[in-house]
Design a protein around this ligand. Structure first.
Ligand SMILES: C[S@@+](CC[C@H](N)C(=O)[O-])C[C@H]1O[C@@H](n2cnc3c(N)ncnc32)[C@H](O)[C@@H]1O
Length: 331
């Protein structure tokens, strides 16, 4: 019989360690030095079978506990039990353990068992490059402006929640990384995602689909929002949808950082546009924009429609005192 999980004194009897290790995309070259050392240090390795296979050469001679995809809580409980026996346990995730990975479920199990950061069992999170970083690196520079990640898995999240987030980010013009876009059983979610995006975005918006990035079966496809569902998408794919400025050139997907808003390159010289200053907010930055709308004499309703912002927010800005000019840009 296993020890009850909710007995805090049991947690301090024999100190062990739980390491939540992000493996990165799955190639040895992209496994961090700390992740490699954490696996070497561990007595027990726990993970989804595919992830164990990715580090097969590093786990020889160790206790290896393979779990299926849906057994996340079991993996965390097993890790806690082993740590209570004084063992060092590496719970491995692909990418980063904190991005749709084992870190959250493990803390939930630990807290339920009465664990606190002062308990004898140490917990270390070893970060890894997440699919959005690695897939982006394979296709160019699609994440150089504001972006977000949305998982299309409705195994634990209701569809209306996912759909509301898709709609909001499509409207707000984020670059989006779609995780868990499709599986054998979940084939319609990506179709619905496309439908929601097409309500707000140009059908020609660039899309990159990276399957098994940095693994032997890597496959990269550059396409458009309109055609993305003609591409091969599966459980091991990440779908990157650009924003309204993202472009594809020479086979690379790039989202501009915004330099063209401030500078023009003429005859090899970089010059600021009229009204703009290096190191200062744009003339359409917060201060400039506030001053402009306050001087415009236009109604909150008109301005709200033009800027696609809530009317009560515009009304508040029209009443607000202008803030002091910021001194320096961050980069
Ligand atoms: C359960 S999530 C795990 C995410 C992981 N913790 C991370 O930070 O990348 C699984 C999803 O990650 C994405 N993914 C993970 N590894 C990938 C890779 N090598 N290439 C492309 N997508 C990957 C896919 O969208 C897949 O459906």
């Amino acid at each position: 019989m296993s020890t009850p999980l909710n007995t805090p004194e049991n947690l301090t009897a024999k100190p062990g360690k739980i390491m939540l290790v992000g493996l990165g995309p799955g190639s040895n070259d992209h496994l961090t030095a700390r992740a490699r050392a954490a696996i070497a240090e561990a007595d027990t390795i726990i993970g989804y079978v595919t992830y164990i296979r990715l580090v097969a050469d590093l786990v020889a001679g160790k206790e290896v506990i393979k779990k299926s995809m849906t057994e996340e809580l079991d993996r965390a409980i097993e890790a806690l039990e082993r740590a209570r026996q004084g063992k060092k346990v590496a719970l491995i995730s692909s990418g980063d353990a904190g991005v749709y990975g084992m870190a959250g479920p493990t803390f939930e199990v630990l807290f339920q068992a009465g664990w606190t950061p002062d308990s004898a069992i140490e917990v270390e999170i070893v970060p890894g490059a997440s699919a959005l970083n690695t897939c982006a690196a394979l296709v160019g520079a699609p994440l150089t402006h504001d972006f977000c990640a949305i998982s299309l898995s409705d195994l634990l999240t209701p569809w209306p929640t996912i759909a509301r987030r898709l709609d909001a980010v499509a409207y707000a013009d984020f670059v989006v990384a779609l995780y868990n876009p499709k599986s054998g059983r979940r084939t319609q979610q990506i179709v619905e995602a496309q439908r929601l995006f097409l309500r707000h975005r140009d059908p020609q918006t660039p899309v990159a689909i990276v399957k098994s990035g940095y693994r032997p079966k890597q496959r990269i496809e550059l396409t458009t929002l309109e055609k993305m569902n003609e591409a091969e998408i599966g459980m091991l794919s990440t779908v990157l949808i650009g924003n309204s400025n993202t472009f594809i050139q020479h086979g690379l997907m790039v989202t501009p950082r915004g330099y063209a808003n401030k500078y023009a390159v003429e005859d090899g010289e970089r010059n600021t546009h009229a009204g703009e200053q290096a190191g200062r907010s744009l003339s359409t930055g917060l201060n400039g924009w506030m001053a402009a709308i306050q001087q415009s004499g236009r109604s909150a309703a008109e301005l709200a429609a033009e800027y696609r912002l809530p009317e009560d927010y515009i009304a508040a800005v029209l009443q607000a005192e202008l803030p002091a000019e910021d001194e320096a840009a961050c980069e």
